[in-house]
Write a protein that binds this ligand. Structure first.
Ligand SMILES: [Zn+2]
Ligand SMILES: [Zn+2]
Length: 209
């Protein structure tokens, strides 16, 4: 694996700014890979061997993506919206998995590790850079049960919504009573139809100049 500084500069470039989240995310990803025995996650030998679950959609997630090369589009990055600055690293070959949580105590310790840096934001960044892993993170060995259809590779499961006919891939349908429902037809929908809800089609919307 590349050095911390190299990985940090890559993730900063991708993320758009240097922030405490980049430092934490890069260190978390480096530790996670080491713990599950993956030397270089971007080496072709490890392609689709590493799965990472992230538990927050904030800065550190970009850094984890940058270091590991795991992406939602490859199905190697999974998002659990828990609002916790944590990630779980799973080696699919060995099933070794560790959940790493960024500690609350580390925030207060930054000033001890970067006492000469006065700007609070800068102090946080420098403090997180030099703090040992055991202060920065709590680490738990865990077991992750991944369904067959959550694995990388072609879809292993297709269902059709009994209400609207939508094709649903990868076992993401909902069983409600005797019905098989797609997300939008189920209680899980994140949007609500507006008045006159129908497929208006792009031509209707944009076709008439
Ligand atoms: Zn950021
Ligand atoms: Zn449906």
């Amino acid at each position: 694996m590349k050095s911390f500084n190299q990985l940090l500069s890559e993730s900063v470039e991708r993320h758009g700014h240097l922030c405490a989240g980049q430092v934490i995310g890069v260190r978390m990803a480096m530790l996670g890979c080491r713990l599950v025995g993956i030397e270089d996650p971007k080496d072709a030998a490890y392609s689709k061997k590493l799965i990472v679950f992230v538990e927050i959609d904030r800065c550190a997630t970009d850094a984890i993506e940058s270091v590991t090369g795991c992406r939602m589009g490859k199905r190697t990055l999974k998002f659990k919206d828990f609002g916790i600055n944590a990630a779980t690293f799973v080696n699919l070959d060995t099933q070794r998995a560790f959940r790493i949580v960024s500690t609350e105590r580390s925030r207060k310790l930054c000033k001890d590790f970067a006492p000469t840096v006065l700007d609070p934001k800068r102090q946080q960044i420098e403090g997180y850079k030099s703090m040992p892993d055991e202060l920065l993170f709590d680490v738990w060995p865990v077991r992750v049960s991944l369904a067959e259809w959550d694995m990388p590779g072609p879809p292993r499961r297709h269902s059709v919504c009994t209400r609207c006919g939508q094709m649903v891939r990868d076992g993401k349908e909902f069983k409600v009573g005797n019905e098989i429902l797609c997300g939008p037809c189920s209680e899980e929908s994140y949007f609500f139809p507006v008045e006159g809800y129908e497929n208006v089609g792009s031509e209707t919307l944009f076709g008439e100049a």
